[in-house]
Design a binder for this molecule. Structure first.
Ligand SMILES: [Zn+2]
Ligand SMILES: [Zn+2]
Length: 588
């Protein structure tokens, strides 16, 4: 009998094959409708497929229904996918004759002597397969969007036109997916970020560089405050490193050799410096600043560290993938017999933090790759620690065999948001390499020098990314404590302004983030605007309220709570206005 995982893997394989086959059908439709189009590549991707075309004109969303119509016709033709093997040289001539320059370029980059072509009718593509048996098996599909994409993702190459689509075995599944997609569009953090005045990206400043507006900056500060406080509670020590460090240091760490293309370099007084892509090195220098004894360990250094990484402009994606971001980063230096307990503590920390935001999550363990450093014994101990803790905590996990970094195994925690989408955030990584490269030591109870183990870990991951995920998870309606404006006071007419101002003052004096809307506008209009801003509470003040000295709170959902004394309202919301406190630190 097959277990669930096998069934779901089989389904994944089938979906991939189906979607890839649909990409062939789309390419055929495009070739038929737009003569002169050249084919680049058309792989399946998560949730669908795309195909890149080189075309003189421009595809627009309006072309998609026409292409879909032709695709349906090709499906009705029920053309079998026919495999043909060819010598590579012969294939190059074949595609040259057909003017398929990109296929020729791909073929020139392949070493194989034999390659495979797949035919459906008179359409042919260079492909490894596999495909469904015939175009008739393609049933429920939809073309989704058009975008520019550089050939091979390199901005020095020609800009091609990419058409995205998706396919499912049934119409119902397709409908469900499209519904989810609509919801994801509505929640897109780039769209909401603009609408809610949280942050922006500016061409003048440069791609991948976020500028926080006041409300976004406030959210960021609140999260940082929460993070700092929870770390201090758990025995972490706050440290702060510089943004640039000498290139020599990055050579010693290995980044200069292994990570160079993601780094930015500069020169100061004839010395080469690098903008830090990671926060580890300053923490290592703090560790090395004096002799360490086994009694001091574990040492946990924490920093809200801003890093810069060069990402190709094609992969940048709002807050989710930026060139500058700040990590809630910590490095723990411990004895190997402490590793287990440290990992357990970190996992609890992650769990509590994620529960606070209502995220569920999945855990993945990545183990020793083919090329690695450190002794087998170290690897075994570290991997065992990671797995044992997960087992003890009863956390289900998936093992990614051989996918750890060359310097140590790791745990990745993938959040699941309100739409069931997964996001990589927290990571716990054991490291044998840096302690070795920097000759880190401590004096053991035996009076001998020993090498500590180093753990790199983040909880939120990148603040930018986490905020992007939060915006989409909450669809912009943040919990009260995280809302940039918690209460808005709305007057009905001008004569209610003096009372409105008194209410506002009282709220502000109680540390509640409040704003007033005293404009001479219709109440309905003001309410609607506050709702669009996703402000948790609106306080409407009119004649009745002025007379009785009350307020009438409305929730952003539209629920009216009825008139009450201002003090009563404040007492009611105050506890949830404050930064929450996680339980975890209390165990220490
Ligand atoms: Zn194919
Ligand atoms: Zn690190």
């Amino acid at each position: 009998m097959k277990d669930n995982r096998e069934v779901s893997e089989e389904r994944e394989d089938y979906l991939t094959t189906l979607r890839h086959s649909t990409a062939h059908v789309m390419a055929q439709a495009v070739k038929e409708l737009f003569p002169g189009v050249k084919l680049a590549i058309g792989p399946p991707i998560e949730d669908g497929f795309y195909y890149d075309f080189d075309y003189e004109g421009t595809f627009s969303e309006e072309d998609l229904p026409r292409i879909e119509e032709r695709m349906r016709e090709i499906v009705r033709r029920d053309l079998p996918f026919v495999r043909q093997e060819m010598d590579r040289e012969e294939a190059i001539r074949f595609f040259e004759e057909r003017g398929e320059d990109y296929k020729v370029e791909i073929l020139r980059g392949i070493d194989d002597e034999k390659v495979t072509l797949y035919w459906q009718g008179d359409f042919v593509d260079l492909c490894r397969g596999p495909h469904v048996p015939s175009t008739g098996e393609v049933k429920a599909f939809k073309l989704l969007s058009v975008a520019g994409a550089y050939w091979r993702g390199d901005e020095h190459n020609k800009m091609l036109q990419r058409i995205y689509g998706t396919a499912f075995p049934t119409e119902e599944e397709l409908e469900r997916f499209l519904h989810r997609l609509e919801e994801a569009k509505r929640r897109d953090h780039r769209k909401l970020g603009k609408e809610l005045d949280l942050f922006g990206f500016y061409e003048e400043a440069g791609p991948g560089l976020v500028i926080y507006h006041h409300k976004g900056a406030l959210i960021r500060s609140l999260l940082e405050e929460l993070s700092r406080r929870e770390h201090l509670k758990r025995g972490y020590q706050l440290v702060i490193g510089p943004h640039i460090l000498k290139a020599e240091l990055w050579k010693r760490s290995g980044h200069y050799d292994y990570y160079r293309e993601h780094m930015y370099f500069t020169e100061v007084e004839g010395q080469e410096y690098a903008l830090k892509p990671m926060n580890c090195l300053a923490h290592i220098l703090v560790y090395r600043s004096r002799q360490r004894s086994y009694r001091e360990l574990p040492l946990r250094f924490f920093e809200l560290g801003t890093v810069h990484r060069h990402e190709r402009s094609g992969v940048l994606h709002g807050l989710l993938r930026a060139r500058e971001f700040t990590q809630d980063d910590a490095h723990i230096f411990c004895r190997s017999d402490q590793l287990h307990e440290e990992i357990r503590e970190i996992l609890h920390f992650v769990q509590e933090m994620m529960e606070l935001f209502g995220f569920s999550y999945e855990v993945e363990v990545s183990t020793r790759p083919e090329k690695y450093i450190g002794s087998d014994e170290d690897w075994e101990r570290a991997t065992r620690s990671l797995v044992e803790v997960l087992e003890q905590e009863g956390l289900p996990y998936q093992v990614n065999e051989g996918e750890g970094a060359f310097y140590g195994p790791k745990i990745d925690i993938k959040l699941k948001d309100a739409l069931g989408r997964k996001w990589q955030c927290a990571t716990i990584q054991c490291d044998f390499s840096l302690p070795e490269r920097f000759s880190l030591e401590y004096v053991g109870s035996d009076g001998e020098r020993h090498r500590p183990v180093m753990i790199h870990r983040v909880i939120f991951g990148a603040m930018e990314r986490f905020i992007g995920v939060l915006v989409e998870h909450f669809a912009g309606a943040f919990p009260l404590w995280l809302s940039p404006v918690q209460v808005k006071v709305l007057t009905i007419t001008d004569r209610h302004i003096p009372y409105g101002e008194r209410v506002l003052e009282e709220l502000l004096s109680r540390d509640i983030r409040a704003e007033g809307d005293f404009r001479n506008e219709k109440l309905g209009y003001k309410v609607r605007e506050a709702q669009l801003e996703k402000i948790p509470y609106m306080l409407v003040v009119g004649d009745k309220e002025v007379e009785a000295g009350t307020v009438t709170p409305r929730e952003r959902s539209g629920k009216n709570l009825g008139a009450m004394k201002l003090e009563e309202f404040i007492e009611m919301i105050l506890p949830q206005c404050r930064l929450p406190s996680l339980k975890g630190g209390e165990r220490r």
